[in-house]
Design a protein around this ligand. Structure first.
Ligand SMILES: Cc1cc2nc3c(=O)[nH]c(=O)nc-3n(C[C@H](O)[C@H](O)[C@H](O)COP(=O)(O)OP(=O)(O)OC[C@H]3O[C@@H](n4cnc5c(N)ncnc54)[C@H](O)[C@@H]3O)c2cc1C
Length: 387
């Protein structure tokens, strides 16, 4: 495991940085203010092959691991961009690669690798059950060679900028399964075919420029062949995606964290008040140093989570802990960055308020910090279960 942040995966870092440098702060600021999708940026990442990093070479990708994918996401955020526009493809990919059939892999992966299809969406969260995923109410009922989907999802990202969505639905009623995590299944939904044919999409404007939607399913029919893996095992499969998502978002927070510490370090060195640089005051230095230490520590856990994932080992604990540590560290860094820019931190043209909003999301999504603490308390430390 390479630990030096300046040398690890340098080739990937240099190449992603070079691409990102073509999309400066002004680009991301404009996209944010217009609440637009960074189409040109995502297109450039796709053309350069970065969005196909996890696809095996046999299917037209570059066959890299989650570690390398996380470096790509980190560099996007470190450059001032927001991987939230495109990270879905990375964490959804392994669900399809690891649990999809050979027929599904052959049908979809080459097209995703070429950019002809996007797999950017994952529909799990529901309005009435929230984090309590196994209680979700959306059902998929088999009728001949189709499944009929009914129910509702909320907060589903990038639906309008994706061709495919991985959907989690209940195929066996809760009352008929031995364990509540059984009887759930995952499906590949062709978004364009579903829109207006049983799936309604209502955008939810929110604090960040992150496209989110409410989805309503009213007898949406999807081909039975779109079931991924075995019926009833979907919860186990979706964890592949969720663990990858947590490790990737940890990397994104680390990228944010370095962006904030780089910016604030530069600013407090230059900004002179009371006749000296404000960065000469320990009251200014210490919160920045503390955030930097926490980012570096989170980075170690991120690499550990990714290494376990790539080795096919259980990594739920490490992925959760990496996400917890990194989201906390980037938030501390964001606070310090905003604070020591004084009034200027609030000016849009400094990009800090934008990055501040973006990194705040990761205290809540894709899993809230409380739920990670609960996971560690109960599943790692063996404390009595609270739910
Ligand atoms: C911008 C954005 C994008 C998203 N994208 C997607 C997506 O693409 N796909 C998808 O499926 N979902 C998505 N989500 C949903 C996201 O994963 C959920 O919002 C998140 O998991 C929290 O669920 P909830 O909002 O239902 O909160 P709730 O489950 O209602 O919880 C609210 C808060 O209560 C606290 N809490 C709840 N239960 C407990 C407990 N037992 N102990 C202690 N504290 C508790 C936590 O602090 C939590 O933050 C997105 C959300 C946002 C905001």
């Amino acid at each position: 495991m390479t630990l030096s942040r300046s040398t690890d995966h340098q080739e990937i870092r240099d190449a992603v940085r070079a691409l990102c440098s073509q999309f400066p702060d002004e680009y991301h600021r404009r996209i944010d203010s217009e609440r637009a999708y960074p189409e040109a940026f995502v297109e450039a990442l796709t053309r350069a092959g970065w969005m196909a990093a996890l696809i095996p070479e046999a299917y037209g990708g570059s066959g890299l691991g989650l570690t390398e994918a996380s470096v790509i996401m980190e560099e996007i955020n470190r450059s001032g961009g927001n991987s939230g526009a495109c990270h879905g493809q990375m964490y959804n990919m392994n669900t399809l690669i690891r649990h999809g059939s050979e027929e599904q892999r052959r049908r979809y992966l080459p097209k995703i690798a070429s950019g002809a299809l996007r797999l950017q969406s994952m529909g799990v969260t529901e309005p009435t059950t929230g984090t309590d995923t196994t209680q979700l109410k959306t059902t998929a009922v088999r009728k001949g060679d189709r499944y009929v989907i009914n129910g509702q999802k909320v907060w589903i990202s990038r639906v309008q900028h994706s061709d495919l969505m991985i959907l989690l639905a209940r195929t066996t009623p809760l009352a008929e399964v031995a364990k509540k995590s059984e009887g759930l299944s995952i499906f590949l939904v062709d978004i364009k075919a579903a829109m207006g044919a049983g799936m309604e999409v209502r955008p939810i404007p929110n604090m960040v420029n992150h496209e989110t939607n409410e989805l309503f399913f009213d007898n949406l029919e999807i081909p039975a062949e779109n079931l991924i893996g075995d019926e009833g095992q979907g919860f186990r499969y979706i964890l592949t995606g969720l663990n990858a998502e947590r490790a990737l978002i940890a990397a994104e927070c680390i990228g944010d964290g370095y962006w904030f510490t780089d910016r604030v370090t530069r600013y407090v060195t230059e900004r002179t008040v009371f006749g000296r640089p404000i960065g000469q005051n320990q009251g200014v230095q210490f919160p920045i140093a503390e955030a930097f230490i926490e980012i570096e520590a989170a980075n170690l856990m991120r690499y550990r989570a990714c290494a376990l994932y790539d080795a096919g080992q259980p990594c739920g604990t490490e992925a959760n802990m990496a996400k917890y540590l990194a989201a906390k560290a980037s938030w501390e860094a964001a606070n310090a960055c905003l604070q020591f820019h004084g009034g200027f931190g609030f000016a849009s043209e400094y990009d800090i308020e934008r990055k501040f909003r973006e990194t705040r999301l990761y205290q809540v999504a894709p899993i809230s910090t409380n739920l990670i603490l609960s996971y560690v308390a109960e599943h790692v430390l063996g404390l009595p279960r609270s739910f």
